[in-house]
Design a binder for this molecule. Structure first.
Ligand SMILES: *[C@@H]1O[C@H](CO)[C@@H](O)[C@H](O)[C@H]1NC(C)=O
Ligand SMILES: *[C@@H]1O[C@H](CO)[C@@H](O)[C@H](O)[C@H]1NC(C)=O
Length: 114
């Protein structure tokens, strides 16, 4: 499995906002669900690291992830999968890892929001 520069992920997430929507003419679920700017940048990187690079997510960032919500979590993962850098990834594996990260965070988060 290829290794990704974490800075590239950062750049992708924060600089291509809106590009997918323009290209595909679809509603951007990240904008539609008001997902932007709800998590610390370092937590975004931790969560993506856990999905794409087998990293771990700290409890602090897990709480932010749960607060962000599952819809936004998957919206970000799906956006990443549409990018050229990740289009060769097996999306069923990535989505399974995204679910795993969510479930792990959900189980360690003391105050899960509905
Ligand atoms: C992540 O872990 C899985 C299972 O332990 C392994 O198959 C995979 O190669 C690892 N990926 C990376 C990027 O280290
Ligand atoms: C993706 O992974 C799943 C589960 O390991 C496998 O069944 C499927 O064939 C893979 N798809 C591709 C395109 O490699």
């Amino acid at each position: 499995m290829a290794k990704y520069n974490i800075c590239a992920i950062f750049a992708i997430l924060f600089m291509v906002s809106g590009v997918i929507m323009t290209l595909e003419g679809a509603v951007d679920p990240i904008k539609e669900n008001n997902c932007e700017g709800k998590m610390d940048t370092n937590c975004v990187l931790e969560v993506f690291g856990s999905i794409f690079k087998n990293g771990t997510v700290t409890q602090h960032c897990c709480q932010e992830l749960i607060a962000l919500g599952q819809v936004c979590h998957y919206a970000y993962v799906n956006r990443a999968l549409q990018l050229p850098e990740f289009k060769n990834e097996n999306s069923s594996i990535i989505l399974a890892k995204a679910k795993q990260s969510w479930d792990t965070c959900y189980s360690v988060s003391p105050t899960p929001s509905p």
